[in-house]
Ligand binder design. Structure first.
Ligand code: PMP
Length: 393
């Protein structure tokens, strides 16, 4: 059997490779502190689980979702929350599409618009889905470096005019995976102006919009005037409500883009289990205390890890958003060599920054989500193991 040329253009999914390495080391008896994949370890809030149980008992939810855009009540609930949260009005009939998680929607947006040879502006480093679906669709990623000196924001003025004119889509993601950087409305205004000027559709991945700390509140790109002409924003229940396995998210924004995405989806999937969509209504209608508690738990973990690293001399600051820490590697190390050292000598699994693109060189990513009865103590142990292994900056 021969893979399509399309598929052979892309590597095995990053986390599939890492899962294999983990299996091997565990077989050798290594006790791994796994700061690899970002996958919330706390349970989904109780009221959402109860809503699912009730919905699953209703045979109406056992059938195909024929709505096209997703359950209307769910779309209404999300739009109401969105208006309260961002002060932006979405029309539940025109500006929103329910997704099987945001990964699905991000990938399908590319398949909706990208023709062979089309340019797609992709941050580097970034969540690999933007780049790899662009390649699958025959498009040409143009990488926008996310550099520490630019606060991990792309420099739009550095994109050659010729490239900008050819670009069809621009991907952004704030709060950002993997750098944990945040963006403000001034930067978002620049983005919307750029997108208008070059007639580019902006896909903003807002997966971590609610994963923020120390009073920081992340803006939506749709808050910018004129954004509805050029923006689709992706939201998900995965991180906000600890629901990665449930698969539920939204694309919101430009009406035509939502319609086009919906058309594509109608040919490749048959929506999300309606009982899960109903449970999603319970999520957005509150209570929100469990979300606050989860963010407070991540904040404590962040403090343990970052303060521990700082004690070892690491020049890293406490991020305002996401559950990642983007750790600069000590002098003389590369992302790969340092990540391997942490794993082999300290049993601490991190992801080499280069897994997210070549400009991830010089960093490793540590996730604050970890399956352990006492995550804070485990993170403390990770720092102690590094110290014992002689890791210094
Ligand atoms: N975007 C980013 C930046 C992510 O980190 C992730 C998950 N790791 C996703 C999207 C996908 O989230 P989901 O498909 O679960 O909604």
């Amino acid at each position: 059997m021969i893979q399509s040329r399309r598929l052979s253009r892309i590597p095995v999914y990053l986390f599939s490779q890492i899962a294999e390495l983990k299996r091997q080391l565990r077989q050798e008896g290594v006790d791994i502190i796994d700061l690899g994949i970002g996958d919330p370890d706390r349970p989904t809030p109780r009221h959402i689980i109860e809503a699912l149980k009730e919905a699953v008992e209703d045979p109406q939810t056992h059938r195909y979702d024929e709505s096209g855009f997703g359950d209307l009540e769910l779309r209404r609930a999300f739009c109401e929350w969105f208006e309260k949260r961002f002060g932006v009005r979405l029309d539940p009939e025109r500006n929103i599409q329910v997704l099987i998680g945001s990964k699905e929607g991000l990938a399908h947006l590319i398949w909706t618009y990208v023709e062979p040879g089309d340019v797609v502006l992709v941050p580097d480093p970034a969540y690999p889905v933007y780049r790899n679906n662009t390649l699958l669709a025959g498009g040409e990623p143009y990488y926008m470096p996310l550099l520490k000196e630019n606060k991990f924001l792309p420099d739009l003025s550095a994109i050659p005019e010729k490239v900008a004119k050819k670009a069809k889509l621009l991907f952004l993601n704030y709060p950002n995976n993997p750098t944990a950087a945040v963006a403000d409305l001034d930067f978002f205004r620049e983005v919307v102006e750029f997108a208008h000027k070059y007639e580019i559709l902006v896909a903003h991945d807002a997966a971590y919009s609610e994963v923020t700390f120390d009073g920081y509140v992340a803006p939506s790109l749709l808050q910018v005037e004129g954004a509805f002409d050029v923006v689709v924003e992706f939201h998900t229940l995965s991180k906000t409500f600890n629901m990665t396995g449930w698969r539920l998210g939204f694309a919101v924004g430009n009406e035509q883009a939502i319609k086009d995405l919906s058309k594509l989806k109608s040919h490749v999937d048959s929506s999300v289990f309606l009982a899960i969509q109903r449970a999603g209504i319970a999520a957005y209608c509150g209570p929100w205390e469990p979300v606050k508690e989860t963010m407070e738990a991540y904040r404590r973990r962040r403090d343990v890890l970052v303060e521990g690293l700082q004690r070892l001399g690491c020049p890293v600051e406490k991020p305002k958003g996401t559950f990642y820490v983007w750790i600069p590697v000590p002098e003389g190390e590369t992302s790969e060599s340092f990540s391997e050292k942490l794993l082999r000598k300290a049993g601490v699994l991190t992801i080499p920054g280069t897994g997210y693109g070549k400009h991830g060189e010089g960093f490793v990513r540590a996730s604050l989500t970890l399956l352990d009865p006492n995550p804070e103590a485990r993170l403390q142990e990770a720092v102690e193991r590094m110290e014992r292994a002689g890791v210094r900056w």
